[in-house]
Every structure is written in structure tokens, then in C-alpha cells.
Design a protein around this ligand. Structure first.
Ligand SMILES: NC(=O)c1ccc[n+]([C@@H]2O[C@H](COP(=O)([O-])OP(=O)(O)OC[C@H]3O[C@@H](n4cnc5c(N)ncnc54)[C@H](O)[C@@H]3O)[C@@H](O)[C@H]2O)c1
Length: 330
């Protein structure tokens, strides 16, 4: 039996027993979500849209779904319960706005947008409509993150060292600042999000870019100082100069304890290794679907929460561009 779910704005939506998901953007991350979603017995991938129709067709055919050459066609076909927005940074805005005008819950991949204003408006519209949302900060679902929080329970972090030392990702838009927004916004935003969880909010950032050998490319390295509201000091280092993924994660120091957290393991005091259970990328999708279905849901990063991390990443990027400190308003 279809169920009715009332959004905070009072609009009733019919939630079908099988949740029908539409996906906008048919690249790497969309393929990952589609693979996870297709393992859920109560979800069907109802359509996939990409401005490159070949990419839409390639992913849609793997999931027995219709393909569309843009999000307008997918939304016009109707019958959807939720939308995944899996487009590159420069393409955020219209897909979310149009999906929201159809009153559809949103799962949005990070980063939320190239310019802060686009994301602020989407957050306001989500709130106004009272719709469920989630953002692809799947690190929040690592089971080792719980362990880290427990270990730090009565010991405030005093020093945080964040890293994203990696190669250039294999997507054509990534090195173009006007398309990706640069490495801090595009990648290190995951680490900044972790730092907010384990250390707290950031009051001030001062970043220094290494500059690019090629005009018009994103900075290939950035170093930033972070001052946390609670008094902790932090450093963030990002580079895409490596030949392979070198180091990605967050190291934190509190009285008598050092934790080093990556996407796969937590190392305590340089000795004890705790492996993650590897289910974070499943949980991030499952909890969003639970929310769409009106069930109890543990969505750890709804859009407005992601917006706080997004503002921080933008502050670091702005600081690097202006070579000056940037204070964050609360
Ligand atoms: N959370 C994570 O772990 C994770 C992992 C990978 C990528 N991502 C994020 O996902 C986003 C996409 O990354 P990707 O690796 O999938 O990129 P990609 O280039 O492989 O795929 C993006 C797709 O979006 C399509 N597209 C562009 N504009 C569009 C529009 N207006 N409407 C519909 N389709 C459009 C492109 O044609 C392309 O097929 C990036 O912002 C990236 O940071 C997140």
C-alpha cells in the first residue's frame, strides 16, 4: 500500500512500497550509488540522466532503467520518490532546484556547489519544503569514527592534522578551477568534515597555495592553518602531485592519545590498528532511503549540516586565493 508522508511545509507525498530513485549524472560516483542501491530489495532505479546521453545509456542499461539526456526529461517522466544528484561541482544548482520544485527528497554528492550562494539557497528551499536530504559525506558512517569519538570522550583534541595527498582524479573537469573549485573544495572537504566531528567548529583559517606551473589550473598544493573555536590548533595539507594516493585522513592529538583515522582504519598511538567494517558507503545510501520511506533514519549529514562543512571548505579556498586569513561567522 502506498503511504502518505507529510513534509514540514504541509505537502503530502505518496511513498510507494518500492522507492523509485532517479539519478542525475552518470559518472563514477553515480555508478557506485547505483550499485549499492540496486542491492536494496525495496529500491528501484527508475531513471538515469546525464548531459552526455551515452554515459546515461551506459549506466542505465546496467540497471535496466530508462536513460535521459538531461535531468528535465527524467523529472518530466514522473513517478519518482527521490533524486540523487551526482554531477561535478560546476553543475550543481539547476538539478537540485528542479527536483525540489517536484517536491523530491535529495541526496547530493559533495561538494555542494562551486559558489556558496547556490548551496545556501538549496538549503533554504529544502528547509521550506521539509524534505529529507543527505550528502555524500560517507566518512561519517565509518564504524571506526565511533571508536575514535569514544576514545576521545573526555579528552579534547588539541592538535589536528588533516591530509589529502593524492594523484589527480581521472575526470577531465578536475584541474579546471571554474569547474571543480580546486582540491580543498573537491576532496579535502571530507577531511574538514571529519575535523568538525572530532575537534569542533573552525573559527579562522589561513591558507597558502603552492600555485600552479600551468596558468589556469587549480593549485596543485595547499597548506592551511585552522584555529578551532574550542582552542585547538589544526593544519590541513592537500596536494594532487602524487603518483598515487599517498595519505588521506585526519590525525588528532589529545592528552595522552594520538589517533590516525583514514577511510579504512584507525591507528591508536601508532600501534593499535582497528580496521573499519567497510560498510560506510552502504549505510550512507540506506539511511537516506529510510528517511525517504518515512522510517527511523540515521542520516548523519543532511544538506544543512553539509553546508557548514562546505562553508569551511570555501573559507579555506578563499583564504588561499586571497593569501589572507578568513574568519568564519557563526
Ligand atoms: N563521496 C564520495 O566519495 C565521492 C566519490 C567520487 C566522486 N564524488 C563527487 O561526485 C561528483 C561527481 O564525480 P564523478 O567522479 O562521478 O564525476 P564524473 O565526471 O565521472 O561524472 C559526472 C557526470 O555528470 C555529468 N553531468 C555534468 N553536468 C551535468 C548536468 N547538468 N546534468 C546531468 N549530468 C551532468 C557528466 O557528463 C558526467 O557523466 C564530484 O563532485 C565528486 O567530488 C564523491
Amino acid at each position: 500500500m502506498p503511504r502518505l508522508q507529510r513534509g514540514r511545509c504541509g505537502i503530502c507525498r505518496t511513498v510507494s512500497p518500492i522507492t523509485r530513485v532517479g539519478i542525475i549524472g552518470a559518472g563514477n560516483v553515480a555508478a557506485r550509488h547505483a550499485d549499492v542501491l540496486s542491492t536494496f530489495p525495496d529500491v528501484t532505479i527508475a531513471g538515469i540522466a546525464d548531459t552526455d546521453p551515452h554515459r546515461a545509456e551506459a549506466l542505465a542499461s546496467r540497471h535496466g532503467s530508462p536513460a535521459y539526456g538531461g535531468h528535465a526529461g527524467l523529472l518530466a517522466a514522473g513517478g519518482l520518490d527521490a533524486i540523487y544528484v551526482c554531477v561535478p561541482p560546476f553543475a550543481h544548482g539547476n538539478p537540485e532546484r528542479d527536483a525540489l520544485s517536484c517536491d523530491l527528497p535529495l541526496f547530493v554528492e559533495k561538494p555542494l556547489s562551486l559558489d556558496p550562494a547556490t548551496a545556501e539557497k538549496i538549503a533554504d528551499e529544502l528547509d521550506r519544503r521539509g524534505l529529507p536530504s543527505a550528502v555524500g559525506h560517507h566518512w561519517r558512517y565509518l564504524d571506526i569514527l565511533h571508536r575514535a569519538r569514544d576514545l576521545l570522550a573526555d579528552r579534547p583534541v588539541r592538535l589536528a592534522l588533516g591530509y589529502w595527498l593524492d594523484k589527480v582524479p581521472p575526470v577531465g573537469w578536475w584541474l579546471k578551477p571554474e569547474m571543480s573549485g580546486g582540491q580543498v573544495l573537491e576532496q579535502a572537504v571530507h577531511v574538514l568534515d571529519l575535523a568538525r566531528v572530532l575537534v569542533g567548529e573552525v573559527a579562522m583559517v589561513h591558507a597558502v597555495p603552492a600555485g600552479s606551473e600551468l596558468d589556469g589550473e587549480v593549485d596543485r598544493a595547499t597548506a592551511a592553518v585552522l584555529a578551532f573555536e574550542g582552542g585547538a590548533a589544526g593544519l590541513l595539507a592537500a596536494t594532487s602531485l602524487c603518483g598515487r594516493k599517498h595519505r588521506v585522513g585526519l590525525e588528532v592529538h589529545a592528552e595522552g592519545i594520538t589517533l590516525d583515522l583514514s577511510e579504512t582504519r584507525l591507528v591508536v598511538d601508532g600501534e593499535t590498528v582497528i580496521e573499519d567494517d567497510g560498510l560506510a558507503k552502504t549505510r550512507v545510501d540506506r539511511e537516506f532511503i529510510n528517511a525517504v520511506q518515512g522510517r527511523p533514519a540515521d542520516v548523519r549529514v543532511p544538506y544543512r549540516e553539509a553546508l557548514r562543512t562546505h562553508r569551511l571548505a570555501h573559507a579555506v579556498a578563499r583564504s588561499a586565493a586571497g593569501r589572507t586569513e578568513v574568519r568564519l561567522d557563526r
